[in-house]
Write a protein that binds this ligand. Structure first.
Ligand code: HEC
Ligand code: HEC
Length: 270
């Protein structure tokens, strides 16, 4: 017993030293694309049954919505995963490197994509964005592109990587407010399509594909179809190969107007 205690006191200063060297002992797996991919596989196998294959929740809590889940710091999460939580979550007891890969994956679910850039051919992603995907018809990046959809110049600072991917393959899952597709026919016979930016019983603010805003008096409308879902094409999961999707997500996961760290500093000062 005494020998154990001595060993423990010898180890403590060593660990202390180590922590001063790194950025507050941040594990290298955090933010590392390869580790996150490996962690995603372990998660799907060992955690998905309770937390959902993509962390969306089930028997265990949703690990993606910050609103419902207060993110743990990586070290506490590591401990929770390895040792279990209460009686509800069993201890995983994974080899250390694998446990950190899982932590890196769970962290990537709630942190901005710019902090977890995925591997993939960014240049090809850009080509697909402008060409085959036709994304630039509706989305602008750095002032180039259409205005029907949200500007994506800063998407990597405000969305997690998996959320960006889902916006592309399953646009109806989480439609942004103020972007429902709408088509109206007016008394004068004219038909206008676009997105409903704002709407009441009396008026409609319709933005068409060229970005023009139409303020329409509902008294002039003879017919209106308002879709609940997103105006985004729904067939991207089929149109793109898995590699093309990876490239597109890799491109978007680097679109950040300001470096994320600076933005965080600004928030702190305000
Ligand atoms: C048998 C179902 C089950 C499995 C398997 C499971 N969890 Fe959980 N997990 C839970 C439940 C239930 C909770 C909530 C526990 C509580 O708050 O009391 C939880 C909580 C968590 C938390 C939050 C901990 C906290 O203190 O807030 C994280 C992170 C987590 N799980 C990650 C994982 C990971 C990663 C795996 C796979 C290695 C995993 N879980 C496997 C059921 C499970
Ligand atoms: C017909 C116009 C249109 C096309 C084409 C289109 N989008 Fe969209 N997109 C939208 C609209 C409108 C929204 C907002 C509603 C929603 O979230 O679905 C949106 C939302 C998004 C979002 C979420 C933005 C946010 O702020 O949360 C991403 C990411 C995205 N689109 C990427 C793409 C990519 C990548 C492509 C091409 C593969 C594409 N879009 C093609 C119209 C379009």
């Amino acid at each position: 017993m005494r020998r154990l205690l001595i060993a423990a006191t010898l180890l403590v200063p060593l660990f202390g030293q180590h922590e001063k060297d790194g950025e507050e002992s941040k594990n290298p797996a955090i933010g590392d694309p390869k580790a996150i991919e490996a962690g995603a596989k372990i998660f799907a196998g060992g955690c998905g049954a309770c937390h959902g294959p993509d962390g969306q929740g089930g028997r265990g809590p949703n690990l993606r919505q910050r609103v419902f889940w207060h993110p743990l710091d990586p070290k506490t999460m590591y401990k929770a995963i390895q040792e279990g939580v209460g009686g509800a979550m069993p201890a995983a007891n994974l080899p250390e490197d694998q446990a950190w890969q899982v932590v890196a994956f769970v962290v990537s679910l709630t942190s901005p994509a710019i902090e977890n850039p995925v591997s993939g051919d960014v240049e090809n992603g850009r080509t697909l964005f402008i060409g085959k995907g036709g994304c630039a018809n509706c989305h602008a990046i750095n002032n180039q592109g259409g205005k029907l959809g949200p500007d994506l110049s800063n998407i990597a600072s405000v969305q997690a990587t998996l959320a960006i991917r889902e916006s592309i393959v399953d646009p109806d899952a989480d439609g942004a407010v103020g972007y429902h597709a709408v088509t109206v026919t007016l008394k004068n016979g004219k038909t206008i399509s676009g997105v409903a930016r704002n709407r009441s019983n009396y008026s409609l603010q319709l933005q068409d594909r060229t970005g023009n805003l139409h303020l329409i008096d509902m008294a002039d409308v003879t017919q209106m179809t308002l879709s609940k879902g997103s105006p985004m094409p729904k067939d991207y999961a089929k149109r793109f190969s898995p590699k093309e999707l990876d490239d597109l997500v890799a491109y978007l996961s680097r679109q950040s107007v300001r470096p994320y760290e600076k933005e965080k500093d600004k928030e702190k000062k305000n």
